[in-house]
Design a protein around this ligand. Sequence first.
Ligand code: FE2
Length: 391
Amino acid sequence: MKNLNQLHYFEVPTVMKHGLGAVKHLPAELAALGVKKPLIVTDGGVVKAGLLDQVLQPLREAGVAHEIYDEVVFNPDLKTVAGGTERYLKAGCDGLVALGGGSSMDTAKAVGVEIVHGEPVLEYECAEGKKELSKRIPPLVCIPTTAGTGSEVTLWAVITDPARKYKFNVGGPLLAAHLALVDPLLHLSLPAEMTAGTGMDALCHAIECYTCAYAQPQTDAVALLAIEYVGKYLRRAVANGQDVEARYYMAMAAMLAGLSYGVESAGAVHAMTQTAGGIFPLHHGLAVAATLVPVMEYNWMGEPAKYARIALALGVDTFGLSEREAALAAVEEVRSLVKDIGIPSLREMGITEKDIPMLAQEAFNDPQTIGNPRDLTVQSYEQIYRRALEL
Ligand SMILES: [Fe+2]
């Protein structure tokens, strides 16, 4: 039960602008932020897909100087961030543009932290004994090329520390983007598998944040609409990448689900996938998609009424069902979505039974275990992992 005596707050420092062709407005938006030479943080896949060109064109036409850092890798680590910081300083940049999925956006946020604080982002990990962010990052415009992570509006960046094989969080309002510029036309070329994985990540953010102990009315409101949009549009976006309407609403779903984080964290799925993603080269969205149903099977009992409402948001006809039946229908609906869009199991991603005890222990130690709607133990994580191996 939520503690109503505690002071809750919801803060979004990010302005959100969205629409088809939104990237055309980038030069004007940078000028409004006072940025004369941005560092564009992106990855090779985005360059190859021609998306960087789509962003560079308006910058060239407007004569905006810029520097490109296209060395972001998925699950970006401390070296990726340090490389971006070095490039920013060397080129004399005064702002950041992140173009890509969560990896590029999180890298840009972390580069921003290093620029204003003058030391490695690792010093600012959300963990005991580490420092609090004390300065606002330089102006950052996030342009997502996937509809999933929601990093364009979250207060978080997830960075891998290779020495510990651990993905750590750094966050707070000082780290958030100044502007989320969302152009669903950039999403049309995203392959079906990535559309599926990232879309499920958005759904998972909404479900975990809606049902976790940190939920509050503001986050509930955005989470429910995000769930509704995913239910209506994810299959269409996977089936036909050129479905602009589906792409638009999936982009909105990702943004709303990002907002559903509020100032807090998620739950068991993210505890599992973030820790596993530090050890194995897993795609975050696909790992989330493979883990979500087994976690929902475990969690529904902690928040049966909310689970029943998730079923409704997903379009399930719950008329005449008991609360328990409706809650379980939410689990089944997500299971059928996962099946329809062809999500591989954790086993197909290379995880085996022998990895489970270690992975379960790591997930249990993750700070996102706290706040999950049902109490967790190492054994319950083992049980969930065993279910996720098969799917
Ligand atoms: Fe996620």
